[in-house]
Every structure is written in structure tokens, then in C-alpha cells.
Design a protein around this ligand. Structure first.
Ligand code: FMN
Length: 206
């Protein structure tokens, strides 16, 4: 009797594990396996809107990485573009964070001069991602070429992370020959459409 009870409990526990660890079979509102942390930088709010939507959908934790340099106005934009172009780092807050409790990391960033933003590049450089699955989530005015995406992925790989995904959400679109800003709602909707795939990428592989 005691033995049968033990077997039933073991089978129930194993089934629970299988349901938890097979993200593709999860109903939409349940989180994928392992804890997820979203770390993002955003200057004008597009990446922030997308990352906040991901946080809600995935039930993840979220933290903003702040760039302590002034980047507003025409001069700020100019300095930012030049600094980014030459691959400069910046002053950020926080510089280092404790991520041992997380299995999955999403790094959210705008694209500046074909690269991840200075704040996110600086953050990657100051932290280690060993044993973590990492997804890079970007918002951008135009889709990047593969070789530029590869550079961003390589930064994370150098810091020990396993890059399992890279997403680009468009912040502008062409209407009647003119490039116009897409709404935050459009950015959020495009981002939410990625969630099933993100769940799958973050699920535990058999
Ligand atoms: C300094 C600077 C450089 C940029 N460089 C690029 C670029 O090279 N390619 C591109 O498609 N968009 C570029 N953008 C546009 C941003 O990637 C886009 O607006 C992004 O959605 C901004 O995200 P945020 O609102 O989270 O800051 C640049 C924006 C800034 C401010």
C-alpha cells in the first residue's frame, strides 16, 4: 500500500514537471520554465513599451538600465550617434546586478548606428551571463543586416551567455513614401506576437 502511494506521488510529480517544462504545451498565461529577467535601456520609450509588454506576458522580472549621460536635444543626439559609431561605452546604473537566480535573460535595447545602445553594450561588458539563455530584443527604424546582429550576439557570447534569439521590432514605417513613427500600440502588438516563440526558446530542452 505504502509502495503504491509512493509510486502515485512520483508519477504525479513527474507529470507536473513535464507540464511545467514543456512550454509549447503551456496555456498562454503561464510562465515558461525558469525565471526570466528583462533588462532594458530605452531613450524614447519604444523599447520600454515592448519590454513592459513582455514582462506582463511572461510574468518576468524587469529592470531598467539607466544611461547617466545626457542624450536629449540635437547636440545630445549628435554626441550619442558619434559615441555609438566609435563603439564608446557610457556611465550606467546599475553597473552590475545579481542574476544567479534567473535562467533566462532578455536584453532590450534600441539600435544606435547599427549597434546595441551604449548602455546595453556597457552593461553586457560589466556582467557575466554564464549558463543563461539570452534573447536580444531590439527596436529599430530599419531592420539590421545579419552581420550587425551577429556583432550584438557576439558581445553576449563573450560574456558567457547562450544567445537563443534576436528580435527586431520596427519603430518606423513607410506611408505614402514617408517614414513615420509607428505607435507604441503597434510596437506592443508586434512584441506580444513574439511571446509564444520566446516561451519555446526559453523552455527546457529535452
Ligand atoms: C543616436 C541614435 C542612433 C540611431 N541609429 C539607428 C540606426 O542605425 N538604425 C536604425 O534603424 N535606427 C536607429 N535609430 C532609431 C532607434 O533605433 C529607434 O527609434 C528605437 O526604437 C528607439 O528606441 P527607444 O525609444 O527605446 O529609445 C537611432 C536612434 C538614435 C537616437
Amino acid at each position: 500500500m505504502k509502495h503504491r502511494l509512493f509510486t502515485c506521488a512520483a508519477v504525479a510529480l513527474a507529470s507536473l514537471c513535464l507540464v511545467c517544462c514543456n512550454a509549447s504545451s503551456l496555456p498562454a498565461e503561464e510562465p515558461a520554465c525558469g525565471k526570466t529577467l528583462i533588462l532594458y535601456y530605452s531613450l524614447t520609450g519604444n523599447t520600454k513599451a515592448g519590454c513592459e509588454a513582455l514582462q506582463k506576458e511572461l510574468g518576468a522580472d524587469i529592470m531598467e538600465i539607466k544611461d547617466l549621460r545626457k542624450r536629449s536635444g540635437k547636440w545630445g543626439f549628435f554626441k550619442t550617434a558619434i559615441g555609438s559609431l566609435v563603439g564608446k561605452h557610457t556611465k550606467i546604473e546599475p553597473e552590475k546586478i545579481e542574476i544567479t537566480g534567473y535562467q533566462n535573460i532578455i536584453l532590450g535595447s534600441p539600435i544606435w548606428t547599427g549597434k546595441l545602445s551604449m548602455a546595453i553594450r556597457t552593461f553586457i561588458d560589466r556582467n557575466r551571463f554564464d549558463g543563461k539563455k539570452v534573447i536580444i530584443y531590439t527596436t529599430t527604424n530599419a531592420f539590421e543586416k545579419e552581420k550587425y546582429k551577429e556583432k550584438g550576439k557576439n558581445l553576449v557570447r563573450k560574456a558567457g551567455g547562450d544567445v537563443v534569439g534576436y528580435y527586431q521590432i520596427l519603430a518606423k514605417e513607410e506611408v505614402d513614401g514617408k517614414k513615420i513613427d509607428r505607435t507604441k500600440e503597434q510596437i506592443v502588438n508586434d512584441t506580444i506576437a513574439l511571446v509564444p516563440e520566446i516561451r519555446r526558446l526559453f523552455s527546457v530542452t529535452p
